[in-house]
Design a binder for this molecule. Structure first.
Ligand code: SF4
Length: 233
């Protein structure tokens, strides 16, 4: 498929969808590139817009946008940011009237989980927290070979159990599930099974202190430029 036939916002230099103009000037879609989803898939985007007529979607997205607005302040030095993501989660949860929050965390971040639960409880939320090793499913039981265990053959290793984490949070009927440091793929499975709204506090990155974007910021440097090298043909 040629690039002009597939949505490619990441390659757009125009950003006609969010023009820097006064409100009465509106959007000029003609300025958008050929690969713009607004040109390629107008019917689908109309269908998406119609979903905001659903009262739940509309109200939740309205509150999320108000929360976004509240994360900035206009100062004499210009626009400044002011809320951390932890504060954002607390503020949005309060706006939405959430009382009970769920935390699905990685065992490698148990100290961070304890701190977060303490913060959330101090703000008045009831918190259900579930570690990724819940259920104690031996890795061999999901098909791993003994030599594929991190600590080596002969050692017990419980597999991460994102399905168990999701089912417990579903069962507890939490208002919002917060993901903290689940592995790539385990987060995918958690999202597949979780039936309550989800947000992510942190994505696991074992190398960068759970700041995956650090690798992108360093991709032009000698330390991480391997990321930009072309795949061998
Ligand atoms: S929606 Fe269209 S105009 Fe906006 S960033 Fe994507 S390609 Fe560019």
């Amino acid at each position: 498929m040629e690039i002009k036939n597939r949505p490619s916002c990441a390659k757009c230099g125009v950003v006609a969808c969010n023009p820097d103009v006064d409100v009465n000037q509106g959007v000029n879609i003609n300025k958008a590139p050929e690969f713009c989803p607004m040109k390629l898939l107008p019917d689908l985007l109309k269908e998406a817009e119609n979903e905001y007529k659903n009262e739940d979607n509309r109200e939740f997205c309205r509150l999320a946008a108000v929360q976004e607005y509240l994360c900035y302040e206009h100062t004499s030095d210009g626009l400044r940011t002011k809320n951390t993501r932890v504060e954002e989660i607390i503020q949005l949860s309060t706006k939405c009237g959430f009382k009970k929050l769920g935390l699905a965390f990685c065992i490698g971040l148990k100290n961070e989980a304890r701190i977060l639960v303490n913060i959330l409880e101090n703000k008045g939320f009831a918190v259900v927290s579930v570690n990724c090793k819940v259920g104690a499913i031996e890795k061999e039981r999901i098909g791993l070979k003994p030599d594929e265990k991190i600590m080596g053959e002969g050692r017990w290793e419980s597999a991460c159990n994102p399905i168990g984490q999701a089912m417990i949070l579903n069962n507890e009927k939490v208002d919002l599930a917060i993901l903290l440091g689940l592995c790539v793929g385990h987060d995918t499975t958690f999202i597949k099974y979780c039936k309550v709204p989800i947000t992510v506090l942190a994505a696991k990155d074992r190398v960068t202190g759970h700041n995956p974007l650090a690798a992108l910021y360093l991709s032009a440097s000698p330390y991480y430029n391997r990321l930009l090298s072309k795949k061998d043909k």
